[in-house]
Design a protein around this ligand. Structure first.
Ligand code: ZN
Length: 190
């Protein structure tokens, strides 16, 4: 999930391990993911890369499919607290909140989305130990947003077909714009 629309950019330094973030309408974002079964160094390294990629893009959450990896792994970081979500599932949810939401796969796009106000989530840590988090408000929203990614669901799925269509159009245009702009930036060889 991206930070608030008007939030200050923190200007993180690049570590060189950051991964490219896929943008909608990349079809990988709609695919289901596989559970994590090996809690090894490779997993720890991947989670570290997810955190680095999220931070450099000033996000508050990032899910594995957003970097092209179809595994049930996501990270959330808000107000100095980090939450690693591996094979997460919702145990309980309560209430309702509505707020503006964004996503690192939809740069510059924000929309009002209704979510439960409070959630209890069971997840595993890097060693495979079960952990339970209770979250409310913004963190609950971030957990649910990232967990949706692990099922191939996107925040625009909660919007009306009209709004969703408008965002799809904008993002498709943006994607085309990028690929057309690239050759022009290359130095000319004669
Ligand atoms: Zn997202």
């Amino acid at each position: 999930m991206s930070g608030p629309a008007e939030g200050p950019l923190r200007g993180r330094e690049l570590l060189g391990i950051e991964l490219d973030i896929l943008r909608y309408p990349d079809p990988i974002l709609k695919k289901p993911t596989e559970p994590v079964t090996a809690f090894d160094d490779e997993l720890a390294g991947f989670v570290e890369k997810l955190y680095a990629s999220m931070r450099v893009h000033d996000g508050v959450g990032l899910a594995a499919p957003q970097v092209g990896v179809l595994r049930k792994v996501a990270v959330v970081e808000y107000e100095g607290k980090s939450y690693t979500l591996i094979n997460p599932r919702v145990l309980e949810k309560r209430g309702e909140q509505e707020a503006e939401e964004g996503c690192l796969s939809f740069p510059g796009i924000y929309a009002l989305v209704k979510r439960p106000e409070w959630v209890k989530v069971e997840t595993q840590d890097l060693k495979g130990q079960t952990r339970v988090y209770e979250a409310e408000g913004f963190v609950a929203r971030a957990f649910l947003h990232e967990m949706d990614h692990l099922d191939g669901h996107l925040f625009i799925d909660y919007l009306s077909p009209l709004k969703r269509g408008a965002i799809r159009k904008k993002m498709t245009k943006q994607a085309r714009g990028t690929s057309m702009a690239e050759p022009a930036r290359r130095p000319r060889r004669r």
